[in-house]
Design a protein around this ligand. Structure first.
Ligand SMILES: [Zn+2]
Length: 170
């Protein structure tokens, strides 16, 4: 591919997506290997995917206020607080999309794809709703005005803490 094409502001050129997908996939496989006992791909199910998502939270950069925090529900708190940092829902959602594709590209049977399972969908939905409440930012198609993007495809992309950029590679 030529490097001459102008870069789009949407930050998702195919090659970048592909390399991110590969990195995500490697990280996930490393995660499976690090389980006790190690998990091989054919054994991988939605529980492993959910554990992986929870594991990633420790590398998150998105402040998600706890219910007791005085800034709960405030999109832009005036002061710092001690609430934990998490992976933003948009990052997790994008990550799952990439891993779902990678799973099938690496020979996983589509009918068995753990990234497409109902449990993972439910988990993402819960994260989305709880983060929307805690941060006061509804993850919905914005009708009035848009903060960063007018493209509905980019919804959820408002946080730049892509999991891939901060995962440990051991
Ligand atoms: Zn807080």
């Amino acid at each position: 591919m030529a490097a001459g094409s102008s870069s789009s502001p949407s930050s998702s050129t195919p090659s970048r997506y592909e390399s991110q997908k590969r990195r995500d996939w490697n990280t996930f496989n490393q995660f499976l290997k690090n389980q006790r006992p190690p998990v091989i791909l054919p054994q991988c199910n939605s529980n492993h995917v959910l554990e992986f998502l929870r594991y990633l939270d420790q590398f998150g950069k998105t402040k998600v206020h706890l219910q007791g925090c005085i800034f709960y529900g405030q999109p832009e708190p005036p002061a710092p607080c001690t609430c934990p940092l998490r992976q933003a829902w948009g990052s997790l959602d994008a990550l799952i999309g990439r891993l779902r594709a990678a799973y099938e590209e690496n020979g996983g049977p589509p009918e068995n794809n753990p990234f497409a399972s109902g449990a993972v969908r439910v988990y993402l939905k819960e994260v989305k709703e709880s983060q929307a409440k805690a941060r006061g930012i509804p993850y919905k198609r914005k009708k009035k005005k848009s903060t960063s993007s007018t493209d509905p495809k980019n919804i959820g992309d408002d946080d730049d803490d892509s999991p891939s950029s901060m995962m440990p590679y051991c």
